[in-house]
Ligand binder design. Structure first.
Ligand code: 9WN
Length: 449
């Protein structure tokens, strides 16, 4: 299916409305992920939000990243939620009880797990934009990179050490939420071994009150497992080694690993350009080493039969064969040109974006040809605009401009209604989940820039 460029009027409306959404979700020092369902700052959302805001204001984009860094733990971890303000979001700070962790930051309440390391990818894009504009924007962005380089390096080093202690080259996640793809069928097998115990404190979900159809969200049984893992993290006092030997869910995540590899290379590039972190043991060389290790880990996970990367259940030692978009992790980190071309063709082909029943040829979270596919259910099939953006970004970086542009145009066509939904039904195009989702508006701005 070929998709044409939206009209000039549609583009004008879309960029105006996307800017409006981001401004409405701006709480001064940070942007809420969405107005009602997610009234806090989420880690990987903030990365996408920053790159979208940068198309309008580089200083405000950098402020978003600075605000995120204010929640960094002494271990280097950037937590998945920063609770800058009170709200009814559940689980909130009372449930996370991060006061048990010595490494928690002072001055801001946070959750105790992390999310995919998209931030340096966003920062490098912001720096690129700022340089194109020159003047004060360029100066600000370069100063920001100089000032925060070590914090990003600490974040990546945390993932490379505390979350890969045996140097497999795959980042270990301790909760499905850490993947950003909470209920993806990627995690069905490992979650089957997560058994909430009767001594888990009772809970009442708040998310269902903010969506029109609760069946589009994870089930109560899934939530019980999410809360049980949270409990296990608290009981380990957020010590990764303790959790590793006591927790139910420990999985090597290919998408997180590929993002870490890509982001580490970009951090090294920025260091070289600005003369930061030089020398044999400097940040640039450390970043390159991280990139190499995780790129190798991702490429090693590829199933030669399908051409897709696989997560690794570190509890059972088994590969997780699920046709999810995370299988395209090698596109993000590169390293094997033949595989890149194979994955490009697969992604645009009939099991994925070229599937005959899709409303828009946008990356679905799970292949519509897979038995695991569910068109309305959260990360079990719907199209998430940010995922499409990531794949377009990856293709562009691999020199696959034509394929990247196809995803960009399809992504823009999907957003022409200006709902900026959290996710979309791939066959009908119906908007699902939250509306006015910040990261959806942000990637629209980036696609339009
Ligand atoms: C739990 C904010 C976040 C995204 C995740 C998405 C969803 C939270 C939730 O919303 O997760 O972290 O409450 O369902 O799955 O990717 O960062 O937009």
């Amino acid at each position: 299916m070929t998709v044409s460029q939206p009209s000039a009027v549609e583009i004008g409306l879309m960029s105006g409305r996307a800017g409006y959404v981001l401004r409405a979700n701006d709480r001064g020092a940070f942007t809420v992920a969405s107005p009602t369902l997610y009234p806090h700052m989420w880690s990987w959302d903030a990365g996408f939000v920053a790159l979208g805001i940068a198309t309008v204001s580089v200083p405000r984009a950098l402020a978003e990243l600075r605000s995120l860094l204010s929640g960094q733990w002494a271990t280097g971890m950037i937590p998945h939620i920063l609770f800058h303000q009170p709200s009814d979001y559940f689980p909130g700070p009372d449930r996370w009880r991060t006061q048990v962790a010595a490494a928690r930051p002072a001055g801001v309440l946070t959750s105790g797990i992390c999310q995919p390391p998209i931030h340096v990818i966003a920062l490098s894009r912001i720096l690129h934009d700022a340089r194109r504009r020159g003047g004060a924007d360029q100066e600000l962005a370069e100063d920001f990179v100089r000032e925060t380089f070590d914090q990003w390096l600490a974040w990546h080093s945390y993932l490379a050490t505390a979350r890969d202690p045996y140097s497999y080259g795959l980042v270990e996640i301790h909760h499905g939420w850490e993947s950003g793809m909470d209920d993806s069928p990627r995690w069905d097998a490992p979650y089957a071994n997560v058994h909430p115990q009767p001594d888990m404190p009772p809970f009442v979900r708040a998310d269902l009150a903010h969506v029109t159809d609760p069946s589009q969200r994870p089930t109560d049984a899934e939530y019980a497992r999410y809360l049980w893992l949270l409990e296990q993290k608290v009981r380990s006092r957020y010590d990764d080694a303790v959790y590793r030997s006591t927790g139910d869910f420990v999985v090597g995540d290919v998408l997180v690993s590929a993002l870490l590899a890509a982001a580490s290379d970009l951090l090294a590039d920025m260091g070289e350009e600005l003369g930061i972190g030089q020398g044999a043991a400097g940040g640039v060389e450390q970043s390159r080493a991280i990139a190499r290790r995780f790129r190798t880990g991702v490429l090693r996970s590829v199933d030669p039969a399908t051409g897709l990367a696989r997560d690794l259940d570190l509890r059972t030692g088994g590969w997780l064969d699920v046709e999810s978009a995370a299988g395209f992790a090698p596109l993000l980190c590169g390293g094997d040109d033949a595989l890149t071309r194979r994955q490009r063709d697969l992604l645009l082909g009939p099991r994925w974006c070229g599937h005959s029943r899709l409303r828009w040829p946008v990356v679905p979270s799970v292949s519509p040809a897979s038995p695991a596919f569910r068109g309305e259910k959260y990360w079990r099939g719907p199209q998430w605009p940010v995922l499409n953006w990531l794949m377009a970004w990856a293709l562009n970086r691999s020199g696959e401009q034509e394929a990247a542009n196809q995803l960009r145009l399809a992504g823009l066509s999907q957003l022409v209604d200006c709902d900026f939904a959290e996710y979309y039904q791939p066959m009908t195009g119906e908007t699902l989940g939250s509306r006015d989702q910040s990261w959806t508006a942000a990637i629209a701005l980036d696609f339009l820039a």
